[in-house]
Design a protein around this ligand. Structure first.
Ligand SMILES: *Cc1c(COP(=O)(O)O)cnc(C)c1O
Length: 395
């Protein structure tokens, strides 16, 4: 069950007669035939003994779930068709009409949308609070609060949540703590070991790592909740496609290598960008000038992560000049790809906010977020030197 990420390269062979396949086969069948009604009865009443229908469970989803379970040190994790499917299942599994949930105030955009629109439409009250401040979270709790949803590291300001403080609060009040650990990954922290009731990942990002699937994952050590989550995922049709699971399993084999290389690059690139003229600020949890550096060291095992943000002194014109001068780095609002990608929150993830709302978060027109990839660091620093110089020339 518990394994190191490096163990992911060990094959999980499928046996066929006297030999076995080294690579995991793709099994596209969504329909499975049983021998007799007695056998079918057993298949339904004893989960894990075989397959019936694709939405209920399938071999490639199970193979991927077993890999992710090993990373998180848990069993019975559920793979879903997207990260948002996993967030949705976690919330609906812990909440019912009349309940209240507190979310972090810098959640992923679609998670904020769930809090603002979807959950209230189902009769679930929501509010937001600062996840770096357990006292602020405590203040937001109500007698009917049944769940807290936070992210380990927030987007795009890369603030590190006070997971220890919030977990203690949730435990004391009997509230489910749902932790979206997409940005930190199980390589930096196993949220269930730090008091999370449910851990959630967008597998789409670093875990799969190649921008060719959307997938999610959620897991809990609470058996009753696990059954509820699985039933929800199956009933609501949140289950994934076999081919996507196969691609993600293949991507996962190199997860540890990709993660460590990207993280080494990110630390070097953060220092490099900070030294360029025309840069007002660099945000990287691995740097001592990050507001949550001490917590990042304590909680994330000293890992700074693969994401960094920086702020140009110039405005939109400088931002336009920067992306135009470095076409080798994909200007795309995603993260976790093997290649470095650059995003501009004011025109993408945070465009729905007012300029004042963005300013309160420190997201000005010169704000960029970088998902650092595994390229040669010399190429990367050259790209950013050129982009930042072009930005400085127009400011
Ligand atoms: C991308 C992301 C999600 C949603 O995942 P999808 O696979 O795109 O549905 C949820 N949380 C975080 C932190 C993310 O970065």
């Amino acid at each position: 069950m518990t394994d190191t990420p490096e163990a992911l390269v060990r094959r999980m062979p499928f046996h066929a007669g006297r030999s076995r396949s080294v690579a995991t086969p793709i099994v596209p069948s969504v329909v499975w035939a049983a021998e007799t009604p007695d056998d079918l009865d057993r298949l339904y009443s004893e989960p894990g003994t075989g397959y019936t229908y694709g939405r209920e469970g399938a071999p490639n989803a199970d193979a991927l779930a077993a890999r992710l379970d090993a990373l998180e040190g848990v069993c019975g994790g559920i793979v879903t068709g997207s990260g948002m499917a996993a967030v949705t299942a976690a919330l609906l599994g812990c909440l019912r009409a009349g309940d209240h949930v507190v979310g972090g105030d810098q959640l992923y955009g679609r998670s904020l949308r769930l809090m603002a629109e979807t959950l209230p439409s189902l009769g679930i009250a929501t509010s937001l609070a600062d996840p770096t401040d357990a006292a602020a979270m405590a203040h937001a709790l109500r007698p009917e609060t049944r769940a807290i949803l936070i992210e380990t590291v927030s987007n795009p300001t890369l603030r590190v949540a006070d997971l220890t403080g919030i977990a203690a609060l949730a435990r004391a009040r009997g509230i489910a703590l749902i932790v979206d650990a997409t940005f930190s990954t199980p390589r930096a922290i196993r949220a269930l070991d730090h008091g999370a009731t449910v851990v959630v990942h967008s597998v789409t990002k670093l875990l799969a790592g190649h921008s060719d699937v959307t997938l999610g994952y959620l897991a809990t050590r609470d058996e009753g909740l696990r059954t509820r989550l699985r039933t929800l995922a199956v009933t609501m049709g949140l289950t994934p496609s076999p081919f996507d699971c196969w691609l993600a399993e293949r991507g996962l084999a190199t997860f540890a290598l990709r993660h460590d290389r990207a993280e080494t690059n990110a630390a070097a690139l953060a220092d490099h960008i900070a030294a360029q003229p025309g840069v007002a600020r660099v945000i990287y949890p691995g740097r001592p000038d990050h507001p949550d550096h001490t917590r990042a060291v304590a909680l994330l095992g000293g890992r700074g992560g693969t994401m960094l943000s920086f702020v140009l002194t110039g405005g939109r014109a400088a931002a336009n000049a920067l992306t135009a001068a470095m076409p080798q780095v994909a200007f795309a609002p995603t993260l976790g790809d093997v290649g470095t990608t650059l995003s501009h929150p004011p025109t993408s993830s945070h465009r729905a906010l007012t300029p004042e709302g963005r300013a309160a978060l420190g997201i000005t027109e010169g704000f960029f977020r970088v998902s650092v990839g595994i390229e040669d660091i010399g190429l990367l620093t050259a790209d950013f030197t050129r982009g930042i110089a072009a930005a400085a020339a127009v400011s």
